[in-house]
Design a protein around this ligand. Sequence first.
Ligand code: 5GP
Length: 179
Amino acid sequence: MDINKLKILFDEKQIQSRIKEIADELNKFYGREEVIAICVLKGAVMFTVDLVKHLNMPLKMEFIRLSSYNGGTSTSGKVNAVNIDLPDINGKNVLIIEDIVDTGLTAKFLLDFISCNFHTKSTKFCSLLDKKATRLTEVDPDYYGFEVDDKFLIGYGLDYDGLYRNLKYIGYMDKSDLE
Ligand code: 5GP
């Protein structure tokens, strides 16, 4: 795969200014209420750290790790909870932070896990990207940054075989270049 063939979809400035807008919405919604932000590793790491810097309420950060891709470019259809250790979040405002909702299987798995194990005060789902066209579940993020087409996206947390999560921008590869 030749990374020079990556076509930029959202540059650093676009991503950062949209993140600020989402943070403004979250600040308005939560006010001074405490929030437990749950970052879904590894993809959401960049989005999470940039987003929480703009949040003004008392906030705790938790990290869980799920996986569904097994290194390929499409979901295996099965979500693996690599690490889903959470503290007691009963009665808390929970904000799940994801990189992208694609089929929605990961989001559904996580929302079901939380509702089966905890009685939270509120549970909201925030994703930087929303691939609405490929959804296989009825789950939609409460907050999202950009709606995207059915393309394989790379950068800003999104990897190709573990690589390129560190890019400041998000791009896509044509299927023929994904070899
Ligand atoms: P879902 O369970 O909604 O199908 O997929 C969620 C996960 O699949 C995301 O958290 C992300 O790790 C991965 N994913 C979905 N679409 C893409 C994509 O276009 N590029 C990359 N690199 N990962 C994706």
